[in-house]
Design a protein around this ligand. Structure first.
Ligand SMILES: *[C@@H]1O[C@H](CO)[C@@H](O)[C@H](O)[C@H]1NC(C)=O
Ligand SMILES: *[C@@H]1O[C@H](CO)[C@@H](O)[C@H](O)[C@H]1NC(C)=O
Length: 425
């Protein structure tokens, strides 16, 4: 009995405490709620801006939603400079080259394995529309802020491209971005092409990424660097999974205020109804197994000044209008090909995020990742072999690069690595 009394009085006491705590919580929630609501509103406004009204919607097996949006309703046309823009449905020029994809000898090495985007299994977008990967609330919430969503993280020295020239090695390492690249500079370039092996590198932490791409660079390596980038990437923060995705990026101020990934801001004008930026690429290569690669060509229409992009054999995706850029409005001064990862040094050690296949170049075909038939476009609109190719890597014990050339693959290189290992602690 005594026990019961004690317990009843205890529970009365508990009740009072619970009420007190609840009251306190109600007060704090009332104080906190406005900013939370504001953020939610901000996110919803941003989503409304990004996600245009679709004509048709396709559910991809990887969870993506692909919206088929009328071509004239795409995000590019939110740009004030593009209000009266007449869409160019084809480039005036297409570079001619040594290695037309049809001609490329594929023999034992790379069988003509066609790469598709995963969402194609559930439908296609009709002509006159373009496929856009729908941005979900979670995608935006994973970013550090609504404003940063879809942008590369800006740290003053994070520019991959200044790396071959950076005088201060401490600054190179400080940024946490690691590269293994081949590059050419000191000329005027009007485009670049490569066929790149596709893998699904493991990412140690969600805030890191691993990508393989072409960089088209213009200007000094300062605050006004111009860059057009295209390739494949694994980026859990950006996409919410570990899938390998086709991507583009552009900036005209060294990753500060302008530019974004894919169609996540107004800029790139897409004309193609088959390929969605940011969508998963499937299948990907396996170690000692089938190998898959994609071709990417970026070139300048020297009549209109726009920079065009082609994926694979015949998919002309669209273009970046010339006015987006300062230096690239004329030509590029440097081209880079290769891999980049973010090393956030989890636990104070080098990340184990992989680059390429996660294997070093020495292992060669079927094991290490490659770029083959790397070419540049000259003033006469010809694709040709790059001259005086340089290579760069911050720590070759973590990620490395090795170039070569032969009649079949033209200029090529193997690149990548496992990151953390006994020689890369
Ligand atoms: C980056 O740091 C590593 C380890 O601290 C060092 O071995 C390497 O030389 C540095 N890279 C450059 C480009 O200085
Ligand atoms: C991505 O891969 C990491 C390990 O590399 C794993 O911890 C994580 O759960 C994966 N994320 C998703 C969304 O599958």
């Amino acid at each position: 009995m005594g026990d019961a009394y004690v317990s009843r009085s205890m529970s009365r006491c508990r009740l009072a405490m619970v009420l007190f705590v609840l009251g306190f919580m109600v007060l704090t929630c009332a104080a906190r709620n406005p900013p939370a609501t504001r953020q939610k509103l901000q996110v919803h406004k941003h989503l409304k801006r990004l996600n245009k009204k679709p004509v048709k919607t396709i559910q991809s097996p990887d969870g993506d939603i692909i919206d088929c949006v009328h071509i004239s309703h795409q995000p590019a046309f939110d740009h004030p400079f593009l209000k009266d823009h007449k869409i160019q449905m084809r480039p005036n020029f297409h570079p001619e080259g040594l290695y037309d994809d049809n001609k490329v000898n594929t023999e034992s090495k790379g069988k003509e394995n066609t790469i598709k985007q995963l969402w194609h299994v559930n439908g296609m977008c009709d002509e006159g529309t373009i496929p856009i990967r729908r941005t979900k609330e979670d995608d935006v919430l994973r970013a550090s802020s609504v404003k940063r969503y879809g942008k590369k993280k800006h740290t003053s020295m994070a520019m991959p491209n200044n790396i071959p020239k950076t005088a201060d090695p401490d600054l190179v390492n400080q940024s946490g971005h690691q590269h293994a690249i081949a590059y050419v500079e000191g000329d005027k370039f009007y485009g670049a092409k490569a066929t790149m092996n596709v893998w699904e590198p493991k990412i140690q932490q969600a805030n890191e990424f691993s990508l393989s791409q072409i960089w088209i660079l213009g200007g000094s390596f300062g605050e006004d660097l111009n860059s057009i980038e295209a390739g494949w990437q694994v980026s859990p923060d950006l996409y919410g999974d570990n899938n390998t995705r086709l991507f583009t990026y552009w900036t005209s101020d060294a990753y500060q205020a302008t530019g974004c990934y894919n169609l996540l801001c107004s800029g790139f004008i897409q004309i193609n109804n088959n390929i969605a930026m940011g969508a998963s690429i499937s299948p990907v290569s396996g170690y000692r197994n089938s190998q898959y690669d994609i071709s990417i060509l970026v070139w300048k229409d020297q009549k209109e000044g726009n920079w065009w992009m082609q994926f694979g054999n015949g998919y002309v995706l669209g273009y970046w209008p010339s006015f987006l850029f300062s230096y690239l409005a004329d030509s590029a001064s440097m081209i880079e090909w290769g891999g980049e990862v973010v090393n956030s040094e989890p636990d104070g050690q080098h990340t184990s995020t992989q680059m390429g296949s996660g294997r070093f170049p020495e292992e060669g075909f079927g094991k290490a990742s490659y770029f083959r038939n790397i070419q540049v476009v000259d003033k006469e609109n010809n694709l040709k072999a790059p001259k005086d190719i340089g290579t760069f890597t911050e720590q070759s014990n973590c990620y490395d690069v090795q170039t070569g050339s032969n009649s079949d693959w033209g200029h090529y290189f193997y690149y990548g690595g496992p990151g953390k290992n006994p020689n890369c602690p």
